[in-house]
Every structure is written in C-alpha cells, then in structure tokens.
Design a protein around this ligand. Structure first.
Ligand code: NI
Length: 256
C-alpha cells in the first residue's frame, strides 16, 4: 500500500518515528508521500531516509499558512524544488474557508500559483479543500489546459462534485473520513470509480475508526483500505493492488 498523504516529518512523530515507520511497514505500507505545509517542512522531510519504506517529498504552502502577501519569489522557489527528481508533487495547496475567510483572495492566488508550478514541472497538485468546493473546482476548471493532474486530498464531497472533479482530471484521495459512521462519505465513494482513488492517512490527523481521536499514523491506513474493500465488495489485496497502481501512475513512479 502507498500512503499518498502523510505528514510523518512533523514533530508529533519526533519521539517515535522509527517505531511508527516499522509499524507502517508491518501493515504493508511500502511508500509514503509527504505534502509540505510550508517551506520549513522541507528540511524536515529531507532528513527521512528510505528504509523498508520509500519517502517521497513534495513542496507547497498549505492554504491555512498563506500570508497577507505572498512572497515574491514563492513561485520560483516552488518551481525549483518541485522540478527536482526527488520531488513528486506540488502541495499541499487548495482552499480552506473553515478556519478563516479573511485571506480568501490570497488563498486563491496561492492556489493558482501552485497550479502553474504543477503544469510547469508536470507533476500532480495536492489539493486541500474545506468548505470551499465550488471555488476549488472553479479554479481547477480555469487552470486545466489538458496538462494539469492532481488529487483532491481527503475527498468528502458529493457524488456530483466527485464526478466533476474526475471530469477535470483529478483523482480522489480516500482517507479516514470514509470510515466514519455519521459522515456518509462511504455512500458517496460507493458511487464513484475505484480506479480513480488513492489511499491516504493525512497523519497525524483524521484517524480512521477504530482509532478515531488518536494520533493518526500510516499503519492505520489498513482500516481505510478494509473499508474500501467492504464498499466495493473486493478483497483487501484487490484494493491494495488497484490503489497502488493508480498512485504509481499518477506520481510517475514507474517512469524513474
Ligand atoms: Ni495534509
């Protein structure tokens, strides 16, 4: 299995990162993609060395970390990082109107900027979206010139929104929320194509049931995979095979 979205480099794992990674490997995780939160995330990611698990870096500014004025050199800096062979995506970026709507214009500007970088370096964009689906999809529509790829991370939209995202060339990142009893995300996911889904944890956040409320870690992704198997009437192995293939194709792992 590949965890396509995990902040394993954060301080929440400083005390037991090796243990966490060992448990992930035992649970069948072979690769972990690390979306950045800001530029300070990058030196922390650089410290992670391949073990039984391969670690894949990405660079970007999370929408809740966007400042009043975007640094002038942000686009060139992100392009520089993301064009390197050991960077696999642009993000995370996107929109978040839940925490604050004060900087909506700056968030949109930053999201557009990340889209441009993704097209420039030909790598997928990692999209965070909270209470902002219409605007998020509209920006993707504006930026899509046939070359933009990416993932709607932690997908929790409606069937219609999911289909619209797929038509715009996006994939759907399926995380712990699909296991929540009251969310209804499982019913939505059931009506969308598994071939366009990839697995993720968003560790240390959003632990799946039965670990809900605890610190999330990549090993817990098995609960999300089991839920998908349940939804689609497949074995865990089949879900693993399909989602791993999709992730490898999306992030270009088979080309290198
Ligand atoms: Ni995240």
């Amino acid at each position: 299995m590949i965890d396509t979205h995990s902040h394993i480099y954060l301080e929440q794992f400083d005390d037991d990162r090796d243990e966490v990674n060992r448990r992930a490997a035992e649970a069948g995780v072979t690769g972990i993609f690390m979306p950045a939160i800001d530029l300070d995330s990058i030196p922390k990611m650089e410290k992670l060395k391949h073990t039984d698990i391969s670690f894949y870096k990405m660079a970007g500014i999370h929408p809740t970390e966007v400042s009043d004025e975007l640094p002038e050199d942000l686009e060139s800096k992100l392009t520089e990082f993301c064009s390197r062979d050991d960077y696999y995506g642009v993000g995370e970026t996107g929109l978040d109107y839940y925490w604050s709507t004060e900087l909506v214009e700056q968030q949109k500007k930053s999201f557009h900027l990340h889209c441009r970088v993704a097209k420039e370096v030909q790598k997928p964009i990692i999209i965070h979206n909270r209470d902002s689906t219409d605007d998020m999809l509209e920006i993707i529509e504006q930026e899509q010139d046939g070359s933009l790829t990416g993932v709607w991370h932690c997908f929790n939209g409606t069937v219609e929104e999911g289909k619209r995202a797929l038509n715009l060339g996006l994939h759907l990142g399926i995380g712990g929320v699909v296991t929540f009893k009251n969310g209804g995300v499982d019913k939505t996911v059931a009506r969308l194509p598994l071939e366009k889904m990839i697995l993720e944890t968003d560790a240390p956040y959003l632990s799946p049931t039965p670990k809900r409320g605890k610190r999330n870690e990549p090993a817990f992704m098995k609960y999300t995979a089991e839920k998908l198997a349940d939804i689609f009437g497949l074995s865990l192995e089949e879900v693993d095979k399909q989602t791993t293939e999709t992730a490898r194709r999306l992030f270009g792992l088979d080309q290198s």
